[in-house]
Design a protein around this ligand. Structure first.
Ligand SMILES: [Zn+2]
Ligand SMILES: [Zn+2]
Length: 284
C-alpha cells in the first residue's frame, strides 16, 4: 500500500488563482509522487494538449521531467496526449509509456464539424523520441498499491458515450472510447484514490471497477475529468447521487466535468467537492 500520495496538477482547464505565469488549457496532466516504504515513484498521468504548456508549467512548478519513472496515457484524445512528444525530447533516457492499444485507433468528433481528435503522433514517432510503449487492455499493477483500471466495464444505465467516432475497416462507427482508463491508488489507513482522465467510460463505472479490482469498498477520493460537459441534467443528477452514496472524503472534478456539473456536485457534496485548477498541489 502507498503511504503518501502527492498530486501536482500540471495542466488543467482552470487557471491558477496564485500564479498567472502558469498556463491553463483544455487538457489534463497530473504528476503523481508516491511513497511506498522507503522507496518513491513518480508517475505522470497524461500530458495536456501541447508540449509548450506542460513544459512551461513543469519548469515553474520545479518538476524535472527526468524524475518521471513512467508515463500513463488515460486515453488517446489530443488533450491528454498532445504534450508527449516535447516531453520525451526533454528527457535524456527512454521512458515507459503505458496505455491501452486503442489509443492509436482513429478518433474523431462530429460537432461542430468532423475533426480528428486523436494523438498528434504515431506509435513509431513516440518510440523514436524515446518512449517504450507498453500497451495493455488489462489492469497493470505499477507497484504494490497502485494499478491502472484496464478497460472499464460499462454497467450503469445513465453513463453513455455520445458524439465520438472512429473508423473500422473504412466505415465510420460510434466510438465507445474503450481505451479510456484510470489510475487507482490504495492509501494506507484511508482507502482508494481514483484518478480519471476524461472518464469517458463514466466516473461511476470507473469507481465500481476500482472497487471490484481491489476488493475494497472504501473510496477516499475521486479526482479528474468526469466528462459531464454538455450532459443532460438527469445524468449529472444521478452521477452526483451515486458519488454521494460512495461517500468519498474528497471529490475534485476538473477538465471536462463542465461548470454546470461542478456546481451541482458542490451542491450535493458540499465542502468535500473542490474543483481542480492548474498548479494545484493535493497531498493525500
Ligand atoms: Zn477525451
Ligand atoms: Zn479530455
Amino acid at each position: 500500500m502507498i503511504e503518501r500520495l502527492k498530486l501536482t496538477i500540471l495542466v488543467e482547464n482552470t487557471a491558477s488563482p496564485h500564479d498567472s505565469r502558469l498556463c491553463a488549457q483544455h487538457g489534463l496532466s497530473i504528476f503523481m509522487e508516491m511513497c511506498l516504504d522507503s522507496e518513491s515513484m513518480c508517475v505522470l498521468m497524461d500530458t495536456g494538449a501541447s508540449s509548450d504548456v506542460i513544459l512551461n508549467n513543469m519548469d515553474l512548478l520545479n518538476i524535472d521531467p527526468e524524475d518521471i519513472d513512467l508515463i500513463f496515457l488515460s486515453h488517446g484524445h489530443y488533450d491528454h496526449t498532445g504534450g508527449l512528444m516535447g516531453l520525451l525530447k526533454r528527457m535524456s533516457r527512454r521512458v515507459p509509456v503505458l496505455a491501452h492499444p486503442g489509443i492509436f485507433a482513429p478518433k474523431l468528433r462530429s460537432r461542430p464539424f468532423l475533426k480528428s481528435i486523436g494523438p498528434p503522433f504515431s506509435r513509431r514517432d513516440a518510440e523514436d523520441a524515446g518512449a517504450v510503449m507498453l500497451l495493455s487492455r488489462n489492469p497493470v499493477s505499477l507497484a504494490p498499491g497502485i494499478t491502472t483500471s484496464g478497460e472499464v466495464e460499462r454497467r450503469t444505465s445513465f453513463e453513455r458515450v455520445e458524439g465520438f467516432w472512429t473508423i473500422v475497416d473504412g466505415i465510420y462507427q460510434e466510438d465507445r472510447i474503450e481505451d479510456d482508463q484510470a489510475i487507482i491508488v490504495s492509501i494506507k489507513d484511508r482507502g482508494l484514490v481514483v484518478i480519471s482522465g476524461c472518464a469517458h467510460s463514466g466516473i461511476i463505472n470507473i469507481v465500481d471497477q476500482a472497487k471490484r479490482l481491489t476488493g475494497s469498498d472504501s473510496i477516499y477520493a475521486v479526482i479528474g475529468g468526469f466528462h459531464l460537459m454538455g450532459s443532460e441534467d438527469e445524468r449529472i443528477r444521478r452521477t452526483a447521487g451515486a458519488l454521494l452514496d460512495l461517500d468519498p472524503e474528497i471529490v475534485c472534478p476538473g477538465h471536462c466535468t463542465g461548470a454546470r456539473a461542478v456546481s451541482q456536485l458542490q451542491e450535493v457534496l458540499g465542502d468535500r467537492c473542490q474543483p481542480l485548477f492548474t498548479g494545484e498541489v493535493i497531498e493525500l
